[in-house]
Design a protein around this ligand. Structure first.
Ligand SMILES: Cc1cc2nc3c(=O)[nH]c(=O)nc-3n(C[C@H](O)[C@H](O)[C@H](O)COP(=O)(O)OP(=O)(O)OC[C@H]3O[C@@H](n4cnc5c(N)ncnc54)[C@H](O)[C@@H]3O)c2cc1C
Ligand code: FES
Length: 273
């Protein structure tokens, strides 16, 4: 049996979460693959292929024995094609790939930013399902329209905080500013982050000041997703993010000099973040 199979799945539903942000729910169709290999953990990703257009990685937002969902922002060729998908269409996926968040007991702070929030949402569900302590959650976006999964987060914890860059809802400021405020009032044992890399980087620096260990999901340009093409390699360690990430610990991140500063683009050239 192949551990990381490729599977064609049926689109059950596509819904617009916010302007240009969509969630697609896929159902398993009959297959010669063992479905247990598709059950994903929070932080892992799948490669989604649109025939004739391309294949891109997406974080898994929800995964059970019968279905799998992901959320995406319409930004370029693949996501443009995905936004036109209709129920009953077929999509081919590979995975799940990559490292997962490590669940820990204690006072956990979960921080999600923009449309990179799906792994945080899945992590919050997993913590609840497995009977871990209720986490504190920060959900941040540019404006209130882009705050994803607010109702679900509200049900998952009594310590749910929102931040908007323009102050259109709740805290006026970004995720890191709200995090700074919380850290002056409360003690946390661990911080889990998924968001734009600049945000993740400054949140990481803040956590380092307080000596709190972090796990961060990093998004870099990925082509193969299985360690062959080198497009996701992080300098100077040569860490292959699609295999050794996307979730990285503080110990690993301390040695990644290009974290928050530089990345490889589509062509493999290095550019500023
Ligand atoms: C592990 C992982 C998980 C991801 N999870 C999600 C997710 O849950 N939802 C989601 O919407 N996206 C996610 N992404 C990013 C997703 O793969 C990109 O949105 C997708 O590549 C855009 O594809 P496209 O063909 O539509 O755009 P393209 O035509 O490839 O690109 C459009 C523009 O976006 C830039 N761009 C594309 N991908 C990236 C990237 N990874 N980092 C920085 N700039 C980029 C390009 O340089 C270009 O300017 C994830 C990426 C990784 C590596
Ligand atoms: S995406 Fe090809 S090596 Fe990581």
């Amino acid at each position: 049996m192949i551990k990381y199979p490729r599977m064609t799945m049926t689109v059950v539903n596509i819904r617009e979460e916010a302007n240009d942000i969509f969630t697609i729910e896929l159902a398993f169709v009959n297959s010669n693959c063992d479905i247990k290999y598709f059950i994903a953990k929070p932080g892992q990703f799948i490669m989604v292929q649109v025939f004739g257009v391309g294949e891109k990685p997406f974080s898994i937002f929800h995964s059970v024995e019968t279905s799998l969902s992901f959320t995406f922002k319409r930004i370029g060729s693949v996501t443009e094609a995905l936004a036109k998908i209709k129920p009953h269409d077929l999509l081919t996926i590979r995975g799940p790939y990559g490292t997962e968040y490590t669940l820990s007991h204690g006072r956990n702070l979960l921080i999600g930013g923009g449309y990179a929030t799906p792994p945080i949402r899945m992590l919050a569900y997993e913590l609840k399902k497995q009977g871990f302590e209720e986490p504190t959650i920060i959900n941040a976006a540019r404006t209130q329209e882009y705050l994803l999964y607010s109702q679900e987060f509200n049900k998952l914890t009594n310590a749910y905080h929102e931040a908007t860059d323009d102050g259109s809802r709740a805290y006026h400021g970004n995720a890191v500013e709200l995090m700074r405020d919380l850290l002056t009032q409360e003690k946390f044992d661990k911080i889990y982050i998924s968001g734009p890399e600049k945000m993740a980087y400054f949140a990481f620096l803040e956590a380092e000041k307080y000596g709190i260990p972090c796990e961060i999901s990093l998004e870099r340009y990925m082509k193969c997703g299985v360690g062959i093409c080198g497009s996701c390699v992080l300098d100077p360690t040569g860490l292959i993010l699609c295999q050794e990430g996307p979730v990285l610990s503080s110990e690993t991140l301390r040695n990644i000099e290009d974290f928050g500063k530089l990345l490889r683009n589509k062509t493999g050239s290095i550019e500023k973040i």
